[in-house]
Design a binder for this molecule. Structure first.
Ligand code: PLP
Length: 372
């Protein structure tokens, strides 16, 4: 029995990669704003449609740096508990306190209606997540932020290749961050980027990924090291050539899943483009297990799939407000997020996932729920 994991990294033809990295040997330039990095950045600028991009060694440090550039030594940041640990840690690493806002059951992003009640005189920013690439309620969030003089930094780690109202989804807010981790839709092995709004912030954001050094004799900021190296940039450059076919293949996989899942009672999938404004990237395949209707719980389904060698994942469980390391924070009232954390399962999706494998996964799901 072949094991099926929730994701699998995309690897281009090795010759394509070799051809690009051979230039590293010609130039003896391995990191520190090298030529491949600059070429990758230029290609991304064209792809995303902005010149305001800072490349980083991963998505986590991109978020940490974006938050640091707001310049607050302390205060509160409103965020979602239904996310990957990185989002919350990037806030606390900046000595800021996360305040958890509930999510909307519609697409599992931050519930804009619940934000204002959490704003205090200590609130400094809002950090929502386009979770699974589902776009947040952008207009509502930005109207609230503007009204209260707050900046919005989006964790857009899941949104590569997505557009919203014809614009890159990463072009909203004070800044948005991407992750180019190997397990993401588009990757540079490890990697990330900050897409920022105000051109004047560029020099600071660039300095923050390089020890705060502005020029040869000016150490202007307290910064760390978050530089992307030439091998990462080479992988990003090669993979970017394939991005359209990566997304198209995943769209077909998603459609194949949906045809079968729609016949299983109690299993609900998401349609992120109900309003016709989102060009979705099909990065993830989250389903909601509605226990009563389906006939088994999310955890029972997860275990049953595992017995068959199918490794779905409980993204995102536990909620960050329930994580051991955040028990020093006041308890949070997030019923919709709690419900999602106990009923969402991410099904396997990656380039190369065979139709027969999807059929097998769906027949196990149908069987466990007592259908067919
Ligand atoms: C992957 C991810 C990150 C972190 O990105 P890395 O590149 O792995 O550091 C941050 N936020 C979310 C929501 C993610 O899924």
């Amino acid at each position: 029995m072949r094991e099926i994991t929730v994701t699998r990294p995309f690897l281009p033809d090795i010759r394509e990669y070799e051809e690009v990295i051979s230039k590293i040997w010609e130039r003896d330039w391995l990191t520190n704003n090298g030529p491949l990095l600059r070429e990758f950045q230029k290609k991304l600028e064209d792809y995303i449609g902005t010149k305001n991009i800072v490349m980083t060694t991963n998505g986590h440090l991109a978020l940490e740096i974006a938050i640091r550039s707001l310049g607050y030594p302390s205060g509160e940041v409103i965020t979602t508990p239904f996310t990957f640990a990185s989002t919350t840690h990037a806030i606390t690493a900046n000595n800021l306190t996360p305040v958890f806002c509930d999510i909307n059951p519609k697409n599992l992003t931050m519930d804009a209606e619940k934000i204002e009640a959490l704003i205090t005189e200590n609130t400094r920013a809002i950090v929502p997540v386009h979770v699974y690439g589902h776009p947040c309620e952008i207009e509502k969030i930005e109207a609230i932020a503007a009204k209260h003089g707050l900046e919005v930094i989006y964790d857009a780690a899941h949104t590569f290749a997505e557009r919203y109202d014809g614009r890159s989804l990463a072009s909203y807010g004070y800044a948005s961050i991407y992750s180019f981790h190997a397990t993401k839709l588009f990757h540079s092995v490890e990697g990330g980027a900050i897409v920022y709004r105000d051109s004047e912030k560029g020099a600071e954001l660039k300095a923050l990924k390089n020890f705060g050094i502005l020029d040869e004799t000016t150490i202007e900021y307290i910064g760390g090291n978050a530089k992307m190296n030439e091998f990462q940039a080479a992988m990003g450059l090669v993979n970017l050539r394939h991005i359209d076919s990566i997304v198209e293949e995943r769209r077909l996989i998603t459609m194949h899943y949906r045809r079968q899942l729609s016949e299983i009672r109690g299993i609900r999938y998401f349609e992120p483009d109900l309003d016709g404004r989102t060009e979705y990237n099909y990065a993830y395949l989250p389903v909601l297990v509605q226990r009563e209707e389906y006939g088994a719980s999310r955890d029972e389904l997860y275990e049953a799939l595992k017995k068959e060698g199918i490794f779905a994942r409980k993204y995102f469980y536990p909620l960050l407000c329930d994580a051991g390391c955040y028990q020093y924070l006041p308890p949070c009232d997030v019923p919709a997020a709690r419900k999602a954390a106990s009923s969402v399962l991410c099904l396997p999706i990656y380039n190369g996932l065979a139709p027969e494998d999807i059929d097998r996964i769906c027949s196990v799901i149908a069987k466990v729920g007592g259908c067919r």
